[in-house]
Design a protein around this ligand. Structure first.
Ligand code: NAD
Length: 492
């Protein structure tokens, strides 16, 4: 059955469908970056809320600032903005159709005028974001917003049109200020430490450069709650579309598959109302940073630690990587020796319990999370997920051997060839430069750590640098698997 509003009743009871009247929803949330994660996470909390009779003013309007976002819009427009979410637990699949997205702004990357119009609409009371780690324009060397980035500079030079989401937010807030319209909350749902603070820094940085009065008004009137967001959500491919058809008989242009687990911890700081998210399992807290640190350092860091050896050893999926004893032991040892001691406990989990939990989640074979997805965009992810743990260890006088090997594995990956001799396709917006540096590092390992925009001061630490060189050498001579074994045997 082709997914459409008119087909919903015929999908029941095998597939859960919206139990509310979609036609009365209004788009109180404008979401920028409608990828798979948003659709399997934030949208599901909202869907639960509407199914429980929640406030219909909190529907979702999709949006994006980049040309590739047009694809999602086109695919969903043919099915009344509906899509299916399949939760997979081992071999068990449970499908539901999500109806809380009620519109999708036309994609116009040249000016983003349709997006600015929707941001200026009084219905819009929250602008939420999943624009990836790289979408925040953080300079890794300084940890600060990169005001000099060409796209940001272009947004500052031409207010009123925008290339970036932050340029769009500033222009829209300026328009709302000038007409006396209440502002909106900017709610980041990306995986970066202090995601709300990063969004605030970006917005205020641009606003300050355009008009200091506007910046002051935004600072006083707009909020940027920090959030910890979690649900493993792989990319959608032919495998997922086929499984959906086989198991549920639905023809959906862009379904999303995910694990059953989900978590959202959020600061309660909203300037223009918010949905009653606590009624559907969202935790509101003032102590977000400990939750965030546990998740980013252990789960996202852990994904990065296992992904590069897996890729070098030719493993396709994360659950298969954990089935390989050597990768599993490597993941646990690096996290146990070099990361867990940096992470405070949070209500519900000690760091050790959290490590066990993430291993169980990653093992979920039905989710089939792609190693290539986990390897993506290391130049933006390493500085957020693993390098802070290196830095903290060094500050405590401990040279983290496992994280040095992990850095060497990423370098080896960027050299572009697996240990089986297969080419690794470009998998990073900065691939050309990473690749050239990784090739140069084969004879001069230090050049890898001299990428100060990624490693900052960490690369200058002599003890870390010499360990990194030893690891890289061993990867080149012995391959990933033997090097991991050597590391595992060293103190057992
Ligand atoms: P995706 O590839 O499905 O979607 C990414 C979205 O971000 C697309 O809409 C894309 O156009 C947009 N985007 C990319 N770069 C951008 C930029 N520079 N400016 C504006 N928009 C940009 O990826 P996804 O799985 O939806 O993940 C998106 C983000 O969600 C991740 O980067 C991460 O921060 C967060 N997240 C993902 C997961 C997961 O398991 N997939 C889990 C937790 C958090």
């Amino acid at each position: 059955i082709k997914l459409k509003d008119a087909a919903l009743t015929s999908l029941q009871p095998r597939i859960a469908v919206p139990r509310y009247d979609r036609s009365v929803l209004r788009p109180g949330i404008l979401h920028v970056g409608v990828g798979n994660f948003h659709r399997a996470h934030q949208a599901i909390y909202l869907e639960d809320l509407h199914n429980a009779g929640g406030d219909p003013s909190w529907g979702i309007c999709g949006a994006g600032v980049r040309a590739p976002d047009a694809r999602m819009r086109v695919e969903l427009s043919g099915q009344d903005w509906l899509y299916s979410v399949v939760e997979v637990d081992g071999t068990e699949l449970a499908a539901s159709v999500v109806g809380c997205m009620v519109d999708f702004v036309e994609i116009d990357p040249a000016t983003n005028a349709p997006l600015l119009a929707q941001m200026g609409h009084p219905d819009t009371r929250i602008v939420s974001l999943t624009v990836t780690e790289g979408g925040y324009f953080v300079d890794s060397a300084t940890g600060r917003f990169d005001l000099a980035h060409p796209l940001i500079a272009a947004d500052i030079a031409a207010p009123g049109s925008a290339h970036t989401v932050f340029g769009a937010i500033v222009s829209a807030l300026a328009a709302r200020k000038s007409t006396g319209m209440a502002p909106f909350t900017v709610m980041s749902c990306d995986n970066l430490p202090g995601n709300g603070d990063a969004a605030r820094e970006a917005v205020l940085g641009i606003a300050q450069a355009i008009d200091p009065d506007l910046a002051a008004w935004i600072s006083d009137n707009v909020s940027f709650p920090n959030a910890m967001v979690d649900r493993i959500t792989p990319a959608t491919g032919d495998r997922e579309r086929a499984l959906l058809g086989q198991h549920f008989g639905i023809e959906d242009n862009f379904p999303v598959f995910c694990e059953p687990f989900r978590q959202w911890v959020l600061e309660d700081d909203f300037v223009n109302g918010r949905p009653e998210l606590e009624a559907v399992g969202v935790t509101f807290t003032k102590d977000i940073h400990d939750f965030e640190k546990m998740k980013i350092r252990i789960l996202n860091g852990g994904h990065a630690i296992l992904a590069y050896p897996a890729a070098l050893m030719g493993v396709e999926f994360a659950h298969d990587a954990l089935l390989q004893t050597v990768i599993r032991a490597f993941l646990r040892k690096v996290l146990t020796d070099d990361v867990l001691h940096l992470v405070p406990a949070v209500p519900g989990y000690t760091p050790h319990e959290y490590l066990d939990l993430i291993c169980t989640r990653i093992e979920n074979q039905g989710v089939a999370d792609q190693i290539s997805r986990l390897c993506l965009d290391g130049s933006n992810r390493q500085p957020k997920f693993t390098i802070p743990s290196i830095r903290d260890n060094l500050a405590q006088g401990h040279v983290p051997v496992g994280l040095a090997l992990s850095a060497a594995l990423w370098c080896r990956y960027c050299a572009g060839r697996t240990d089986l001799g297969e080419d690794i396709p470009p998998n990073d917006p900065n691939w050309d430069s990473l690749h050239a540096t990784a090739v140069a590092a084969q004879s001069t390992p230090q050049v890898w750590l001299e990428q100060s925009e990624i490693y900052g001061d960490v690369g200058k630490h002599p003890g870390f640098a010499s360990l990194f060189a030893v690891c890289l050498n061993s990867l080149q001579t012995n391959g990933a698997e033997d090097t991991l074994r050597q590391y595992l045997n060293d103190d057992t």
